[in-house]
Design a protein around this ligand. Structure first.
Ligand SMILES: Nc1ncnc2c1ncn2[C@@H]1O[C@H](COP(=O)(O)OP(=O)(O)OP(=O)(O)O)[C@@H](O)[C@H]1O
Ligand SMILES: O=C(O)C1=C[C@@H](O)[C@@H](O)[C@H](O)C1
Ligand SMILES: [Mg+2]
Length: 174
């Protein structure tokens, strides 16, 4: 069984996913990293040069491939739920966990970050609020369960996710 993590930029998909993969002794897959390897440049550069639609086409191919890996932990890009085909592939082929973070928490975490192209705007907090209202329903629709990332540390979040996965039989006792 592959476990996928979805959520807004900065919700912790990469950080939580890496630790979860270690705990489960499963390979760690990060769709943004795979895309950057394929492109040979950063996602930010590609976005600037070719635009978002071209990026989403490549992302859809990568999600299609990675959701067919039989066992792993897959961290997705924040916008992976935008395409209906990605939502179907993620939900039907993997166990999907939504890392639900409030725009204010994310703003605090990402204020100084220059690598998230969607947040390089005059009002990043407003942008995060818009992204949240647009995407929260899509994340909920795609996920099998959600965890709220407000206060817990990364290690506690991983324990909470492991408990859920054990309860529903997706993984054995870790
Ligand atoms: N639960 C948490 N508590 C505090 N800080 C966290 C938590 N989860 C992640 N972080 C920090 O927030 C930042 C963003 O995390 P991360 O890169 O894992 O997010 P992401 O969801 O993969 O983002 P993206 O969609 O842009 O790839 C990192 O600096 C990370 O250390
Ligand atoms: O939220 C988004 O739309 C994105 C998030 C990142 O993970 C990258 O996949 C890319 O920067 C787009
Ligand atoms: Mg990430």
């Amino acid at each position: 069984m592959t476990i996928s993590l979805i959520g807004l930029p900065g919700s912790g998909k990469t950080t939580v996913g890496r630790l979860l993969s270690r705990r489960l002794r499963l390979p760690f897959l990060d769709s943004d990293t795979v895309i950057e390897q394929q492109l040979g440049c950063s996602i930010r550069e590609f976005f600037e040069r070719e635009g978002e639609a071209r990026f989403r086409d490549i992302e859809a191919d990568v999600i299609d491939t990675l959701t067919q890996v039989p066992e792993g932990v897959l961290s997705t890009g924040g916008g992976a739920v935008l395409r209906p085909a990605n939502r179907v592939n993620l939900h039907s082929r993997t166990k999907v966990v939504y890392l639900n973070s409030s725009p204010d928490d994310l703003f605090r975490r990402l204020r100084h970050d220059k690598n998230r192209p969607l947040l390089q705007v005059a009002d990043p907090l407003g942008r995060l609020r818009d992204l949240y209202s647009q995407r929260h329903p899509l994340y909920k629709e795609t996920a099998h369960f959600q965890v709220d990332t407000g206060r817990p540390s990364v290690a506690s979040l991983v324990n909470m996710i492991l408990m859920q996965l054990e309860l529903d039989g997706s993984v054995g006792t870790v």
